[in-house]
Design a protein around this ligand. Structure first.
Ligand SMILES: *[C@@H]1O[C@H](CO)[C@@H](O)[C@H](O)[C@H]1NC(C)=O
Ligand SMILES: *[C@@H]1O[C@H](CO)[C@@H](O)[C@H](O)[C@H]1NC(C)=O
Ligand SMILES: *[C@@H]1O[C@H](CO)[C@@H](O)[C@H](O)[C@H]1NC(C)=O
Ligand SMILES: *[C@@H]1O[C@H](CO)[C@@H](O)[C@H](O)[C@H]1NC(C)=O
Ligand SMILES: *[C@@H]1O[C@H](CO)[C@@H](O)[C@H](O)[C@H]1NC(C)=O
Ligand SMILES: *[C@@H]1O[C@H](CO)[C@@H](O)[C@H](O)[C@H]1NC(C)=O
Length: 940
């Protein structure tokens, strides 16, 4: 529409009137702005001034007061000197432009749930001397209100001194509203003014948390001198344009009254100012139609604007008091669609038909008021508003997360282009963050922060620990100093603080979660590790190792042990290491074992001097290695204390080397001599089940994959229990001991060891005999080890697979997983226990049987538990369609970021309005370029 009013230099009517007031204004206008107004003159170098036209106080967008800095970055400019002197107001003279970053946001303080009018104005004024608006190329950029697309600012073919404005009426989602400029790649975004006005909640009832409206046109009629009527006439500072200057050749009539125009009691939807209601336009009674045409220009053709839904609002009040018997009746049409039939004006009372807030499809720009034959008088109109719908479908990031991230940003003086909402919309989310957009939470939550190698200095900010959904925090390779704050984060599952300057002690809150297996911790490369020798301080230098650590943890299966020699029993003193290695090799081969025997030197070679640790368990440390033929292996070096019993091991290795099953991790070889006691296994590239279910990695398993994994594990155990004589009881079945190969086939690791390391070795047997949460209560009480002990632990694993929860967790009290499931199922539906990561994509028909089976496995009395054979057959029923052979093909893992990659670049096709230029500088608004006109069609 239009708003183009012509202003040749020196005759800027709207502002001229106020000239008379300047004197007074400058003397008296201190603090004249209503407290509900925020008026920002972008790029202003002084801190503030009082606008002479309105008495409003305009402030700079970057003030010295930290609380009053509304924007970061960007660069302040003045419009070109030649346009300065003609500027119609002060705000046009300066602007802020944003050459860097795709999205730059202003953050305006607000009260959550309150309604605001927000207006931006743009006066290019050729500030950068690129002549961008007139040089023929496209010059446009986008605007977001909060995290939702608002409109496009299209300045293509505009005259440099022209001004365009955009307005939106919106509800604040939070303690602040952001207004963002989006660089579409067609010129540098900039902004001249930002106005924010609080509106009473009752106004524009159609505007709510999910619906905002963007201004397209707002007109007032009658004999009006100002081009624009705004504050203080309109106490909400809406811009009302007057059309009366324009097209004076039309035979319209002005109506004016000084009588009060009333509003129906309780009708405070629009609160149109008296001054506006007291004027109206009509036509000579020989005319029948009064046409309001809000033309929008070429650019609305074939663009998104055409698909916009619109909301017209009319304001009518009868001002003709000559003859109370005379009345006006007319129909209101939108193009040829009848919107309101038989509308009758009320004397000195405003009526505002607006279709009950119904949005009408398509952007139609022609409205007409058609007189009914029985009406004595032609139609009249006082004011008209036209808005387009802005959907607020995207949600802002959870409020607390935003605050903590802002604190982090402030704490570390981060200068990266972090502004606007951290997660939303996705394509503009802050670099280094990963958010959870699952439909279950309306507000995205931050789950991962990666500020590795970001030059952070100072302490570890406690804000990170307070973020309720943060699962993975990577602050490695910075200069963090001091101690790690002691704060219990129950969400954190991976914490990488390696290569900083952090000092001890490690707080209990972290250590406990680490020990409970709930937290992956990395601290190597910190002073704190000078005294601590735990796994988290192990040196992992290369990046491949880093990845593996996360991916694979306890790889271990059984057997190849090699004895690492240690000083005791050192019989070959004085010989070189190599000699010792071989000497031992020659000396001890008590048994015939079919798998490869490695020397210590060979292990050293294949593990690249034991460089990359991929896991640590009860029996020792696991290293990644590469054989001569490039096969990857996991080398488990057994702990020194186990060496005492090494004599028992070799027979065990012999047994285990004969155990082969597709669901058991295969033993490749062993090393046993004075220098080493180690087992070499196939390397399982997908890591362990615990990581896949709950790891800090963006992996997720679908329902079918989960059932396949459960079946695989069950089959591995069934083999150990039923096909080996005597039966092999694993004793430490848990998700970290279920490893996945590249096709997501599950294989059980670490079996057999527990039997070899007998109970005499207390620290070993405790570990081997079970892990907290998986421990068979009957075995615990009686020490009667049976294969049903494994069944119990498997039941816990199965519950983890379904729920995604750890076996023991805080909720907020410590709770054991089977009890949690029982409580949930008792309280609500069985569906409440299913892992939210599945997003309801699971086979509900078999859910009940899987949970029943799991609960059956965790019966207190071992006699009540099924055998693994029974478990296998139940699971097979749940997966009837797929044979295990098809499994690998079917189990392509879904990685979350695939979803992210799908998100198209969205705004490319959005087009704004085109503009029509007029001589002289013009002020244009909304989808400008348009001409608003009243055309009168002659009646018969
Ligand atoms: C500005 O303030 C002065 C003093 O309060 C007042 O006289 C004048 O009318 C005001 N001007 C406008 C445009 O409101
Ligand atoms: C919401 O976000 C999505 C993805 O970022 C985007 O495609 C969509 O256009 C956004 N919706 C609005 C109303 O901005
Ligand atoms: C907002 O209003 C629309 C209709 O105009 C309605 O469908 C929607 O439910 C409302 N949203 C809220 C949050 O009230
Ligand atoms: C109506 O008012 C406008 C603006 O004040 C004026 O230009 C126009 O001449 C008036 N029209 C008539 C018919 O008086
Ligand atoms: C952040 O920057 C400010 C000013 O540039 C400086 O005074 C302050 O010391 C910096 N803080 C940190 C932690 O670097
Ligand atoms: C912007 O305006 C120009 C000139 O009116 C027009 O040609 C172009 O199509 C518009 N572009 C968009 C995306 O609206």
């Amino acid at each position: 529409m239009v708003i183009s009013y012509r202003c040749s230099a020196g005759t800027k009517l709207p502002w001229i009137l106020s000239l008379q007031l300047i004197l007074v204004a400058t003397i008296q206008a201190q603090s004249a702005s209503p407290p509900d107004f925020l008026s920002i003159d972008c790029g202003l170098t002084n801190s503030s001034y009082i606008d002479t036209d309105t008495n409003l106080t305009y402030v700079s967008d970057i003030s010295d007061i930290p609380d009053k800095r509304y924007v970061e970055g960007g660069k302040a400019y003045n419009i070109m000197a030649q346009y300065m002197k003609d500027a119609t107001n002060e705000q046009e003279k300066t602007l802020r432009s944003f050459p860097h970053g795709q999205r730059n946001c202003y953050t305006l303080p607000s009260i959550r749930g309150n309604k605001y009018l927000i207006r931006t104005t743009f006066t290019y004024g050729n500030y950068d001397e690129l002549n961008s608006s007139e040089n023929g190329s496209l010059f446009l950029f986008g605007l977001h209100i909060g995290v939702n697309f608002w409109t496009t600012v299209n300045l293509t073919k505009w005259r440099s001194p022209d001004t365009v404005w955009k307005e939106v009426l919106t509800v604040a989602p939070d303690k602040f509203i952001s207004v963002c400029l989006i660089n579409f790649g067609y010129g540098t975004p900039f902004v001249s003014t930002l106005d924010m006005r609080l509106l009473p909640d009752s106004m524009y009832p159609v505007v709510n948390a999910t619906v905002s409206i963007s201004y397209f046109s707002r007109l007032r009629f009658g004999s009006v001198d100002d081009f624009i009527t705004r504050y203080p006439t309109d106490k909400y500072d809406r811009f009302w344009e007057s059309w009366s200057w324009y097209n004076s050749s039309y035979p319209w009539l002005n109506l004016t009254t000084t009588r009060e125009v009333k509003t129906l009691p309780g009708d405070d939807k629009f609160l149109v100012p008296q001054e506006i209601l007291q004027k109206a336009s009509t036509i000579n009674s020989s005319f029948r139609w009064l046409n309001i045409s809000v033309s929008a220009g070429d650019n609305l053709l074939g663009t998104r604007a055409r698909d916009m839904e619109q909301l017209p609002i009319f304001h009518f009040a009868e001002l003709d008091n000559n003859d109370s018997m005379n009345h006006r009746v007319f129909d209101i049409y939108r193009n040829n669609e009848l919107l309101t039939p038989d509308f009758t004006t009320s004397p000195f009372r405003v009526d505002s038909p607006y279709q009950n807030g119904r949005f009408l499809p398509k952007m139609v720009t022609s409205f007409s008021l058609r007189k009914k034959p029985r009406s004595q008088l032609p139609p009249l109109i006082n004011a008209f508003e036209l808005y387009s719908l802005v959907r607020m479908d995207n949600h802002t990031t959870a409020s607390n997360d935003v605050e903590f991230m802002k604190e982090v940003k402030k704490y570390y003086n981060l200068t990266r282009n972090w502004n606007g909402d951290p997660c939303s919309p996705r394509e503009y989310s802050w670099e280094g963050l990963t958010c959870d957009y699952a439909t279950a939470n309306p507000n995205p939550k931050i789950t991962r922060v990666n500020l590795s190698t970001s030059g952070l200095r100072g302490g570890l900010d406690i804000s990170f620990m307070k973020m309720a959904s943060l699962e993975n925090l990577d602050l490695s390779h910075n200069n963090l100093t001091g101690v790690i704050p002691d704060y219990q984060s129950n969400s954190l599952r991976a914490l990488n603080l390696s290569n900083n300057q952090l000092d001890g002690p490690i707080p209990d809150s972290i250590l406990q979660r680490y020990k409970a297996g709930l937290l992956e911790l990395r601290l190597e490369g910190n002073p704190i590790c000078s005294t601590v020798k735990d796994r988290y301080c192990a040196n992992k230098k290369n990046s491949k190792a880093t990845l593996l650590v996360a991916v694979i943890v306890p790889v271990v299966f059984v057997l190849l042990l090699v004895v690492l020699c240690v000083l005791w029993k050192l019989r070959w003193k004085g010989k070189s290491e190599e000699q010792e290695d071989y000497a031992m090799y020659e000396e001890e081969t008590p048994l015939h074992i079919d798998i490869r025997r490695f020397t210590y030197a060979e292990l050293k070679l294949i593990t690249n001097n034991f460089q990359s640790i991929i896991g640590k368990g009860g029996f020792g440390t696991v290293y990644h290695g590469i054989l001569e033929n490039n096969d990857e292996v996991a080398v488990k070096v057994l702990v020194e204390t186990s060496i005492d019993e090494s004599k028992d091991f070799l027979p065990e290795v012999q047994t285990l080397s004969k155990v082969h099953h597709k669901n058991l991790v295969a033993l490749v070889g062993y090393c046993q001599n004075k220098k080493c006691l180690a087992l070499v296994y196939d390397f399982m590239p997908r890591g362990n089940l615990q990581q896949l279910l709950r790891g800090g990695y963006d992996s997720s398993l679908n329902w079918e994959e989960r059932l396949h994994i459960a079946l695989d594990a069950a089959q591995g155990l069934e083999y150990l229990h039923e096909s080996c004589t005597p039966s092999i009881v694993h004793r430490d079945v848990k998700t970290p001991n279920i490893l996945l190969d590249k096709n997501l086939v599950a294989k059980i690791s670490d079996f057999g060891l527990s039997r070899a390391f007998n109970a005499a070795h207390t620290h070993i047997s405790t570990v081997a005999a079970g892990t907290l949460g998986y421990l068979d209560p009957e075995y615990h009480a009686t020490f009667q080890l049976t294969i049903k002990t494994d069944v119990y632990s498997f039941g816990i694993v199965l519950l983890e697979i379904v729920t995604g929860q750890p076996p023991v967790f805080m909720d907020p009290q410590t709770v054991h997983l089977p009890n949690w499931v029982r409580q949930k199922v008792a309280k609500g539906s069985i569906h409440d226990v299913v892992d939210k990561k599945l997003l309801d994509q699971y086979d509900a028909t078999h859910l009940q049987s899987v949970i029943d089976l799991a609960m059956n496995c965790v019966e207190n009395a071992s006699i009540d538990r099924p055998s693994m054979t029974e478990v296998v057959s139940v699971l097979k029923v749940c997966l009837p369609a797929l044979s295990s052979e098809k499994q690998s093909a079917a189990s392509t893992p879904r990685w979350k970021n695939v979803m992210d990659a799908d998100i198209p670049k969205q705004f490319q096709l959005i087009s704004g309005a085109s503009t029509t230029s007029y001589e002289g500088s013009s002020f244009q608004s909304g989808y400008t370029g348009a001409v608003s006109e009243i055309s009168l069609v002659s009646g018969r």
